[in-house]
Design a binder for this molecule. Sequence first.
Ligand SMILES: Cc1ncc(COP(=O)(O)O)c(C=O)c1O
Length: 365
Amino acid sequence: MLDLRAQHLSIRAEVLAALERVVDSQYFVLGPEVAELECELAGYCQSPFAIGCASGTDALILALRALDIGPGDEVITVPFSFYATASCIALTGARPVFCDILPDTFNMDPAALEQTLERHPRAKAILPVHLFGACANMDAILALTQLRGIPVVEDAAQAIGAEDNHRRAGSIGTIGCFSFFPTKNLGGGGDGGLLTTRDAQIADRLRSLRVHGSKQRYYHEELGMNSRLDALQAAILRAKFPHLDRWTALRQAHAARYRELLAGTPVQLPAVAAHSNRHVFNQFTIRAPRRDELKAHLAQQGIQSETYYPLPLHLQQCFAGLGYREGDFPVSEAAARDCLSLPVYPELPREDLETVAAAIHSFYN
Ligand SMILES: Cc1ncc(COP(=O)(O)O)c(C=O)c1O
């Protein structure tokens, strides 16, 4: 699915030099390396402010905390995403309220959001996900939220550099949240995350919340977290960042090749909506009849594939207390049954794409 060693070999010297720089400086937490990364990524994400933190999960929690979300509040999100999209809401003490996705892009369905807002008019924030590297339809979402004055937190963990109507992921809503988990398009050497915002006050608050709610050492205005980005992570990310656009172009080229190679099979290829003008393909996810059998067939031929995500969030045991049932979000439930992600990492050899496609053809023939 992902060969991180192939990527590492191509940039090994740069990464080791970056690590050496930090170790020699003995400046390990925040500091100049993190500040430089924040500056570079603020530019890349077209946001005036970028704030590093310890993970994408923490970025989501910090974002909600900066919007004063807590017990008694409701936040609307989608059930077809990674667990952290909804757990972060519950971890602030607020209640996740789910709204279904679109069957072609797997992103928040604006019509479903409108209905959910009618039932939950006091929702304190909306949390759309830019799943698999494609932006949700932010104009349609903002048309509903701006009228009501509801902030939007973008879960852009999988979508660094993706664009929606020529605006970068993370720059469109109130706050953007990114992950540097090693499988992400810009992955670190462990956990890491980033927040982006256009609002100077929110940026200030986030900087304080990530260091124990403190602006001045040993004086704490509010309850914060220890969620700093390590200088070693920032240095690795800075070594990788200059390659990100090239890696993204390779992902896009692989996706285009899969489209050619998979024509004529019954699988549904990833839709690219008109508003989503830069899909960064963190995943190449098809909808496949007899998905589990296909996955087993690929595995037999030594081809890894992955099921993102086999159980929608509203049916997870940890959210049973929310009272949702099977059937509540049919589009998400169907996606969980038939989605399959194929290898699409930048260094994937071209012949491998052909091998994967041939195996899919042979399964359905
Ligand atoms: C959509 C989504 N949201 C949130 C996260 C959480 O990020 P992290 O693993 O860095 O905590 C991830 C990544 O794993 C993700 O894919």
